[in-house]
Design a protein around this ligand. Structure first.
Ligand code: PEP
Ligand code: MN
Length: 344
């Protein structure tokens, strides 16, 4: 942490700041400039969290320069983490794909979707049973019945299944049916929920919050990991910006940033990231080229009839075409030595 004193702050206010630093078990290094004094704080990161100097006389601001997350950082764990979900590995350099409808709508719909997902080569079937919709009047999901249908579709096809958990009270129930627990963008900072999934022995797919910085997102992952669950997959799904043409602004630079800052695998969701099915293919290709460990895409047997997110849902034909393209692209990148694995 660096503490910047106001121009002209006197010696006694500098000494008060030093006292506060030392009171917290840290030490301060004073650097006097021509107009301003800066105090560098050295010591244990955890103790720095308790240091509150901005209310002291003469302090302009305190800037944290050390990262607040630890377990998810590269420094702590230099090798990339590989997550093994029943033999399917995420983060080992091979591309994985999660596909399926936004929501489980009926048994027929999810069984049909599962066959299509399987035929295109994805390893995971997705489908929301608890839907956190923007409007309370929109379809809210089939809840436990939806989970049952999803699990049945997974069993029939051999696909692993992923579904969102929205409440602490439902975590155990959702975990009974799925292979991966999804934390949605709207719940990325639901800290009780993060801690609860952190106590599960199940991989967690943590989507980036709608307005979350990369630092906040990694701290959300830290909440999960600090409870003991180390199986976390990050998912970039677009962030809110001033752009209105797309539903969200897909931040592909997050793939490179996360690979530098963390050892956790990261996948990209170009469906929620754009809100437009036409844009899914180019953004999926770009995500693969950027080094993403996987993709999550929404596909509906009949997007025109989808109860949620129809405009961004791929038809079965488009889905198969994208899967064919991304697998050829990933193979080409690997064979030609252009695949981005680790940016160090
Ligand atoms: C979803 O994947 O179904 C979903 C609701 O996405 P997000 O949380 O990213 O909006
Ligand atoms: Mn959706």
């Amino acid at each position: 942490m660096v503490i910047i004193m106001r121009a002209g702050a006197d010696e006694s206010s500098i000494q008060e700041v030093i006292k506060a630093i030392e009171y917290n078990g840290l030490s301060g290094k004073v650097m006097e400039g021509e107009f301003q004094t800066i105090i560098g704080v050295i010591g244990d990161r955890e103790k720095m969290c308790c240091l509150n100097v901005e209310s002291l006389e003469g302090v302009e601001k305190a800037v944290s320069i050390s990262k607040s997350y630890k377990l998810v950082s590269r420094e702590y764990h230099p090798q990339p983490t590989v997550i093994d979900i029943g033999g399917i590995k995420i983060g080992d350099g091979n591309l994985v794909a999660i596909a399926g409808p936004c929501a489980v709508e009926s048994k027929e719909q999810i069984l049909q979707a599962a066959d299509i997902v399987k035929s295109g080569g994805a390893q995971f079937l997705r489908g929301g049973a608890y839907k956190p919709r923007t409007s309370p009047y929109s379809f809210q999901g089939l809840e436990e019945l939806g989970l049952k249908y999803l699990a049945e579709a997974g069993e029939r096809t051999g696909l692993k299944v992923v579904s969102e958990v929205t409440e602490v009270e439902n975590v155990n129930k959702v975990a009974e049916y799925v292979d991966v627990l999804q934390i949605g963008a709207r719940n990325m900072q639901n800290f009780r929920l993060l801690k609860e999934v952190g106590r599960q022995n199940k991989p967690v797919l943590l989507k980036r919050g709608i307005s979350a910085t990369i630092d906040e997102w990694l701290n959300a992952a830290e909440y999960i990991m600090s409870e003991g669950n180390e199986q976390i997959i990050l998912c970039e799904r677009g962030i809110r910006s001033y752009e209105e043409y797309t539903r969200n602004t897909l931040d592909l630079s997050a793939v490179a940033a996360v690979k530098h800052l963390s050892h956790l695998p990261i996948i990209v969701d170009p469906s929620h990231g754009t809100g437009k099915w036409r844009m899914v293919k180019p953004m999926a290709f770009a995500a693969v080229a950027a080094g993403a460990d996987g993709l999550m895409m929404e596909m509906h047997p009949d997007p025109a009839k989808a109860l949620s997110d129809g405009p961004q849902s791929l038809t079965p034909e488009h889905y198969r075409d994208i899967m064919d393209g991304v697998s050829r692209l990933a193979a080409f990148l690997q064979e030609s030595g252009l695949a981005i694995r680790d940016i160090g």
